[in-house]
Write a new protein. Structure first.
Length: 311
């Protein structure tokens, strides 16, 4: 195709693509329910009257459109879906609609990145064939941005749980040795550390809720370790499951785990302290040594230059 003809057709093609995209998004976000069906629904269930005004918010509209937006990216197998659920749970999103919402956010970020990339490239170089490259790059970056943000959130949450686990475990040991059962001790820990260790307390409250609903303790503890994604929490859950299975002392098992975690924490602190000297080499070489070199060698260099100039 003639490049000149392509440059003339490209603006109209981009405009048509944007119009189609906006129309598709608006059709997904708008409700298919007519006014007559809404009135029939209100007459059938008077308690739902007035919900139409509340459902016009952006959050409710997004929740309605999320299944349609995420349909293209839904995992094909149960294994892929379970991996995505575990990844979301590690970041703190354990609701049933977390997968659908996350995939819908990925689609919206991809569309926004494609629009911004195409518009930015067209603004810089004009409407040319290379503008499609910027559109593709923007869409790809928008697609992978939610995954990166989710990984960072999961890593940060795991680190917070790992740092707050020894204190929670020590308090759990004290409560169990004082005569409380495991369920009551977990509730007590969640109450006492709710302000300082919110992440792990939320997980403990989730476990307490599942236990109150009648779920077996073995499954609750196993899911507790999977949701957090922290190896120490998984080890703690395995120890509690084993102690509950064989009828051994839970207090003794918690005491052993607490001591081992305290030793591990001190070893990590010593490791970080030993790595400080190595990490300080690069700032010293790049920022401090040049200044010291100028201060020490500068006067001697000035005297040498003056000696050479006078001779």
């Amino acid at each position: 195709m003639d490049p000149q003809l392509l440059s003339q057709i490209l603006p109209f093609a981009v405009f048509a693509a944007v119009v189609i995209m906006v129309w598709a998004i608006s059709s997904l976000l708008t409700s298919d329910e007519t006014r007559a069906s809404e009135r029939l629904r209100d007459l059938k269930d008077p308690r739902r009257r007035g919900e139409g005004d509340r459902e016009t918010s952006l959050k409710s509209v997004f929740q309605k459109a999320a299944p349609a937006l995420s349909k293209a990216l839904e995992p094909k197998t149960d294994l892929e879906q379970s991996k995505l659920r575990v990844k979301l749970a590690n970041a703190g999103f354990s609701s049933p609609a977390a997968v659908t919402t996350f995939l819908a956010v990925k689609v919206m970020c991809s569309l926004a990145g494609a629009i911004l990339g195409g518009a930015g490239t067209a603004f810089v170089i004009g409407f040319k064939a290379d503008s499609l490259l910027g559109l593709a790059i923007g869409g790809g970056l928008g697609m992978f941005l939610p995954d990166t943000a989710l990984s960072l959130m999961a890593w940060s949450r795991k680190d917070r749980i790992f740092l707050s686990l020894p204190d929670a475990l020590d308090l759990l040991v004290v409560c169990v040795e004082a005569g409380l059962g495991l369920d009551a001790a977990m509730r007590r820990v969640a109450e006492e550390l709710g302000d300082t260790a919110k992440d792990i307390c939320d997980e403990i409250n989730h476990c307490n809720f599942q236990l109150q609903m009648g779920r077996p303790r073995r499954e609750v503890l196993h899911d507790f370790g999977i949701r957090t994604g922290v190896d120490d929490v998984k080890a703690l859950a395995a120890i509690l499951i084993q102690a509950d299975k064989f009828g051994s002392s839970i207090a003794q098992a918690l005491r052993v785990q607490s001591d081992s975690m305290r030793i591990k924490r001190s070893q990590l602190a010593e490791e970080k302290a030993a790595m400080t000297a190595v990490k300080m080499i690069f700032p010293l070489v790049l920022f401090i040594f040049p200044g010291i070199f100028v201060v020490l060698v500068g006067p001697a260099a000035i005297l040498m230059i003056r000696q050479l100039l006078t001779t």
